[in-house]
Design a protein around this ligand. Sequence first.
Ligand code: DX5
Ligand code: ZN
Length: 217
Amino acid sequence: MNIQIAPSILSADFANLERDIHAIDHADMVHVDIMDHHFVPNLTMGEPIVERICQVTDLPVDVHLMIEDPDRWAPEYAKLGVSSVSFHMGATHAPVRLAHQLHDMGVKACYAVRPAEAVEPIFDILDEFDMILIMTVEPGFGGQKFLTSQALKVRRLRDEITRRGLSTHIQVDGGVSTSTAHIVAEAGADVLVAGSAVYGSSNRAKAIDTIRDLAQA
Ligand code: DX5
Ligand code: ZN
């Protein structure tokens, strides 16, 4: 499978954001975590910063909304030049309507599940989404320990996607590193978010290549 690496700028230096975004130029997309102090106990950034990120990078910008009321806010992010918007099962009221709205705006729709949420309820609406995000940590912070339990969930989702002949991507987010990349890739994930494993390394380009190689091995 073709593996894509999406470094999360949550672990970048926010005072040198443009520099740190260019440090990952040969990744496949930039993963931007939006947190609101309500859906998760952390706060990051909003639309003005996302808009500037889209202006300074040629990579697709993948926005991960960890906020309440994505039905209201996701379309606002979709206006900024982003490529994809992820919103959480635990926060949205009308996921299919929101996916349609994002598609009408030319933006990919991704549905996200937290570790305690089953993926099976998504099966009925799977073909509405370009990507499903399986959280491999409890959302809110970078640098947490990978939850091995979630690999089985990735496998169940991959089997369903294959059985139905869909092209849905499976993204994993949380604790992905040189030690865990092969686990999620073997389970069937093809888009790997990595924050601390990339930005915690002095050579970000090399960290991206190593994670990609280990996942593709
Ligand atoms: C956590 C965020 C992640 C975070 C991952 O809630 O969604 O994108 O940046 O960080 P690492 O890779 O350090 O676990
Ligand atoms: Zn994320």
